[in-house]
Design a protein around this ligand. Structure first.
Ligand code: PSV
Ligand code: MN
Length: 424
């Protein structure tokens, strides 16, 4: 299913007068509005191939109907999102959940909707049907060399799919760790993991990056072998210039200062990618910005500050991806909300008066520093984000077009109510 441009235009026409009023108000006082809008137009967030179906919890999964039954349909769904918001022009594939059977065809299909292939994700945290050796006690950390080899070979296979599709990065998230004290020798687990990652690293093409994703706990509850940013950075530093740390917002212990982590990783030139989601308790995988929007804004503040300090391109120099999924919403509506939350936080952070902030910091003027941040955070930037979408041919209000066009019903009509997308 596709949504025609003229339909989007006619929905926009009905909203145009009201939008113009809000946009005129929002742009007043912004020095270089054109360059700000261009940054928003350029910014793209990759959609994970596993978030297009209704997510499950460990207790149940309630499929919503019309879920994509194969990779082609997943690309179709992302094409719909991208047509509406013009900020979802990339897909991140998880292998083997989404093995491209015919890469040339998949590539062509994605290109038709303006979708690029972002980071490839390997999976050695589950046993797949027909798999020879089990990952029950880990993969790259495993005491058995044959199991480590199987995990290495899987990652190399994922790189091969990625090369065919035009991806430029591999994200490795390992669930390896232990559930009980004494189960693992920490140093041996680290060493085995490092050596395994080194073999995968050696198979990376010269223009590729490897992202080492950390997570504090789950599924292991006593130790995780890539458990925090310090451990991930150790691996990345030992691996070499093409290896970076990936920050997933849900992968920290409660109340961690993620913005500070981001700042220091950027300072070290070792932040590679980002998985956006939100959470109240743990790795809850909730819609971006639904629980802690101020934290998201503070993270974007550090991202912009750190990227600008080292002359990085906001759009292309880090891998931006959503990693969220849950039980209760239409996944496409949820993704539209997540992308919107990211665009809002990015825009607000772009509005921060950095010169004044530095002055306040240098004068220990804590109150002014806080005022500067909160003034930006409390600015309603939705009309700026909408204007950028309008300029790039998207919908002023993507969610309402999605509903008015009854897209979910159309997908159910085309695919049936019983399809279940691959993923968690
Ligand atoms: C693990 O919790 C994670 O964040 C990793 O990025 C996985 O690839 C993804 O979620 C899906 O399980
Ligand atoms: Mn993740």
């Amino acid at each position: 299913m596709q949504i025609e441009k003229n339909k989007i235009d006619s929905y926009n026409d009905a909203l145009l007068k009201e939008h113009q009023r809000k946009f005129d108000f929002a742009k007043a006082g912004i020095n270089d509005i054109e360059s700000l809008l261009q940054k928003l137009i350029n910014f793209q967030v990759a959609i994970p191939s596993w978030a297009l179906g209704t997510g499950g919890t460990r207790f149940a999964r309630f499929s919503g109907g019309g879920e994509p039954g194969n990779l082609e349909e997943k690309i179709e769904d992302i094409g719909l999102l991208h047509a509406l918001n013009k900020s979802s022009g990339a897909i991140s594939l998880h292998i083997p959940w989404d093995i491209p059977e015919d890469t040339a065809n998949i590539k062509a299909l994605a290109a038709q909707s303006g979708i690029l292939f972002d980071a490839m994700n390997s999976n050695t945290f589950q046993d797949q049907q027909g798999q020879e050796l089990s990952y029950k006690f880990g993969s790259m950390q495993h005491v058995n060399k044959a199991i480590r080899k199987q995990a290495i070979e899987h990652n190399i296979e994922v790189i091969k799919y990625g090369i065919e599709l035009g991806s430029k990065s591999l994200t490795v998230w390992l669930s390896d760790g232990s559930c009980f004290p004494g189960q693992l020798n920490f140093r041996q687990a680290f060493q085995n993991t490092l050596e395994s990652l080194q073999e995968v690293y050696a198979a990376l093409p010269s223009d590729w990056k490897m992202f080492v994703e950390y997570k504090a706990y789950e599924p292991n509850f006593y130790s995780t072998t890539v458990g925090d940013w310090g451990q991930s950075l150790l691996y990345a530093n030992k691996l070499g210039d093409k290896a970076f740390t990936l920050v997933d917002l849900g992968h920290h212990l409660p109340n961690a200062n993620i913005e500070q982590i981001v700042s220091l990783l950027l300072m070290e030139g070792k932040l590679g990618g980002f998985h956006f989601n939100d959470s109240k308790y743990g790795d809850d995988d909730l819609t971006v910005g639904s629980i802690k929007p101020y934290q998201l804004f503070l993270i974007f503040n550090e991202l912009i500050d750190g990227m600008d300090a080292s002359g990085m391109n906001h759009t292309t120099d880090l891998g931006w991806m959503i990693d969220a999924s849950h039980n209760v919403k239409d996944p496409l509506e949820d993704l539209l909300q997540s992308v919107e939350a990211i665009m809002i936080a990015y825009t607000q952070a772009l509005l921060i008066d950095r010169k004044k902030l530095i002055d306040a910091q240098n004068n220990n003027d804590v109150v002014t520093a806080q005022e500067i941040l909160q003034n930006a955070f409390r600015t309603d930037v939705r009309a700026l984000v909408a204007e950028a979408r309008l300029k790039s041919g998207g919908a002023l209000n993507p969610l309402s077009v999605y509903r008015m066009e009854n897209i979910r019903n159309e997908l159910i009509k085309a695919r049936g109510s019983k399809t279940v997308a691959t993923g968690l």
